[in-house]
Design a protein around this ligand. Sequence first.
Ligand code: HEC
Ligand code: HEC
Length: 205
Amino acid sequence: MLKTFFAFSLCTVFWGSLNAAETAREPINDRYCTTCHGADGRGNEGVQAPRLAGMEPWYLRRQLQNFRADVRGVHPEDREGIAMRPMATKLTDASIDDIIDWVSSWEYVPAEATIDGDPARGRNLYSGCAVCHGGSAEGNESLGAPALAGQNDWYLLTQLKNFMAGYRGAHPDDSYGAQMRTMVNTLRNEAGILNVVSYINTLSR
Ligand code: HEC
Ligand code: HEC
């Protein structure tokens, strides 16, 4: 661990002297994030990797820690989570800090709507969600509930289906995920999921 950190520091110094501007923008050990999450972290539907730009630092940290600790992305049916988990396995606390700085340098651009649903029905369903995620889906740090507005709608659909099926949020150490597993049942079925996400698409932070 110490050795890796030392090697990493040396490498940073060496590489930094070669290419200071680029290293400042992209921590060298973590450059692969954009391979899946898209240029400037805007999300990439082709590999189902969501937008990271604009994500709250506390939420980003918790998800990286959960993937790293095998709390998220472990259920055999959670294909997207399984793709992501190994990306977090080797991150140190220091590189998580680096990533948070790096991600916060990307411009937040709300994702475009790609789904059809019934936003009027979704609005009624969303009233229960607003308690935690906020009336404009802007998120609420004190409750640990992330912003949803502006996130890729295809990603929100997958997450809600995964919470409903118990593919996400079922690990005994995932207390925040457990809250969502309870709440998602108020949507009842896939139609409810589609409608609530189509309403979230109408909101902006
Ligand atoms: C091999 C492709 C791939 C790479 C590389 C990758 N990710 Fe991911 N990431 C994904 C996928 C797919 C998901 C969606 C997981 C899901 O649906 O549960 C994801 C989800 C996430 C999430 C959860 C977002 C949320 O709203 O909860 C975070 C945070 C994240 N990735 C950060 C990173 C960071 C930081 C890196 C670089 C260290 C990285 N990812 C590299 C594919 C990747
Ligand atoms: C009791 C508070 C609470 C309520 C009510 C609630 N949520 Fe959540 N939600 C959370 C928390 C906490 C998380 C973060 C879970 C984690 O850290 O993995 C979350 C996560 C999510 C995510 C995953 C976001 C991401 O980036 O991966 C989605 C989607 C979501 N909620 C949608 C909803 C919807 C839709 C409703 C209404 C049916 C709802 N939530 C109601 C607390 C709540």
